[in-house]
Design a protein around this ligand. Structure first.
Ligand code: NG6
Ligand code: CA
Length: 506
């Protein structure tokens, strides 16, 4: 039932807006671009994709006015790799990108032409507000001066950052690569290896914690939350977790205000719904799923705020809003907020199997919406797309030529992103702690040398998809990857492994 009805529906819906879509001049358009990048939000976590237990009215409205993509992917099932690919147009494995700590150096080569560089060349002012998690500095970051290289050196005119994750030190904001509100008499030091004589730590002071956690997150305590890593100093600059959505939204809105007269690119990279999930009191019990649901509602509010700002400035019509997430959902990523116990009937990954860290579909299949009222008409698209393609696709839109060495893995699929074509990629790479490949109705997962699951994955109740045998699924008949049909289709297995090899060892 599911695929046939969906396909028919999409055919009519897409055709309906093919007829009415306004002509745009590809190569000459300069819409403002606001990329709202949510952290750890699953396919099923928004109302239009079937969320139960939390309402997302602002996102749903965006979807109704825009295109809701059902098969668009982050390149990876974790944060740093996905963000790396999004900004560079290159697969993360090429640079061995993996989750990094808060004191890691910048992982993007400053010589590379990045997505913001390309948009700058097209006349855009570029800004990033929110989670960075791509490293800062050269490995010996001086948190008491300008931390460089960072966003500026990879193409952002303006930055306001959470340096890594909410659960990693240093727990301070950086504006244009300087810690905000720092008292230089109380300088900041950070270490991920050595305990510093700074804030109390979770292992010794559980009584100070407002949310308990696993052993990985028992380092320095700031604002009643223990994190990964150790930190000293910077007391006047510490963020308050409950205020993060308000602080980020204000900065995002002021970037829009300041740049309203020129085309701008805003990478609005929300901290929600990553852990620690500490909702502001305004959103506590906004859902019936506890903190994880509450921060979904909080995140939806942030989305509403930026749209409201664009509306007030009369910019909505010519602003392309891209709403998506960096990796699949996770209920237990370490902090004890009872997300597993309170999830009820809600399916964070929709019908899809897996989660964050997993090679199954829910790891990378992201809630994805694009709205640009001037140019696109509402609908649903089932095109197979990857976030790595946004680079080449947007370059096409704004008329920027790419050199051979730019965005090497990025394919141009502008028409598919604009809903003017139903087909996207032929094949699509999925990265987690294994490799997967999509082609037609098939999903292939490359066997691993060992199917031993490390304890940190088991502790998180993750189904990572490790197997020493090849896995093949027909997503058309089996969207939840429940029946491995590899042994029935040896030719397909060989073909998909060959295609994967071509990507992995070109
Ligand atoms: C992992 C952390 C996890 C989370 C993740 C980053 C452990 C065992 N796990 O290393 O809690 O912080 O990094 O999430 O420490 S991500 O969305 O930024 O990829
Ligand atoms: Ca993430």
């Amino acid at each position: 039932m599911f695929p046939v009805t969906n396909l028919l529906l999409s055919f009519f819906v897409l055709n309906a807006f093919l007829v009415f879509a306004q002509e745009i001049k590809i190569g000459k358009e300069k819409p403002n671009i606001v990329l709202i990048y949510v952290d750890d939000l699953g396919y099923g976590d928004i109302g239009v994709n079937g969320a139960i237990g939390v309402k997302t009215p602002n996102i749903d409205k965006l979807a109704i006015k825009g295109i809701n993509f059902t098969d668009a992917h982050a390149t990876a099932a974790t944060c740093t790799p996905s963000r790396y690919s999004l900004l560079t147009g290159q697969y993360a494995f090429r640079n061995k990108a993996h989750i990094i700590n808060g004191d890691a150096p910048l992982i993007i080569d400053t010589e590379m032409r990045t997505l913001p560089d390309m948009l700058k060349d097209a006349g855009y002012t570029t800004g990033v507000v929110g989670k960075w998690h791509l490293g800062l500095g050269n490995g010996k970051a001086n948190w008491n001066g300008t931390v460089s290289p960072g966003p500026k050196e990879v193409g952002f005119d303006y930055s306001f950052l959470i340096p890594a994750t909410g659960d990693r030190v240093p727990t301070v904001y950086l504006e244009n690569q300087k810690v905000v509100g720092l008292d230089l008499n109380d300088s900041i030091a950070v270490s991920y290896t050595t305990r510093l004589d700074g804030y109390p730590i979770g292992t010794e002071h559980p009584e100070l914690l407002k949310q308990h956690t696993d052993g990985q997150h028992l380092g320095s305590i700031t604002n009643g939350i223990s994190r990964i890593g150790y930190m000293k100093g910077g007391k006047s600059a510490l963020w308050i977790d409950e205020e993060i959505p308000f602080v980020l939204t204000k900065k995002a809105n002021s970037f829009v205000d300041i740049n309203k007269k020129n085309p701008f690119f805003l990478f609005f990279s929300l901290h929600d719904i990553h852990q620690p999930r500490i909702a502001n009191i305004k959103f506590v019990e906004a859902s019936i799923m506890g903190p994880r649901g509450d921060v979904i509602a909080q995140m939806d509010w942030c989305v509403g705020q930026i749209i409201e700002k664009l509306e007030k400035l009369n910019l909505v019509n010519n602003t392309m809003i891209i709403f998506t997430s960096d990796n699949g959902p996770i209920l237990d990523d370490g902090y004890l907020d009872y997300a597993r116990e309170l999830v009820g009937e809600h399916k964070p990954g929709g019908v899809y199997r897996g989660s964050k860290y997993s090679i199954y579909e829910a790891g990378t299949r992201m809630p994805t919406i694009i709205s640009w009222p001037k140019a696109i008409r509402p609908g649903t698209s089932h095109a197979l797309l990857s976030q790595v393609d946004l680079y080449a696709s947007l370059a096409k839109l704004v008329g920027q030529k790419l050199k051979k060495e730019d965005a090497v893995d990025s394919e141009e699929h502008l028409k598919a992103w604009l809903g003017k074509k139903t087909k996207g990629r032929e094949i699509l790479l999925e990265e987690a702690y294994a490799f997967g490949l999509r082609m037609n109705d098939f999903k292939y997962i490359m066997p691993k040398k060992s199917n031993k699951i490390p304890p940190w994955i088991t502790r998180k109740f993750v189904d990572p998809g490790f197997s020493i045998e090849p896995q093949l699924f027909n997503l058309k008949t089996d969207p939840s990857e429940s029946k491995n049909i590899a042994s029935e289709h040896p030719d397909m297995v060989n073909k998909m492994q060959r295609l994967l090899n071509n990507i992995l060892e070109p």
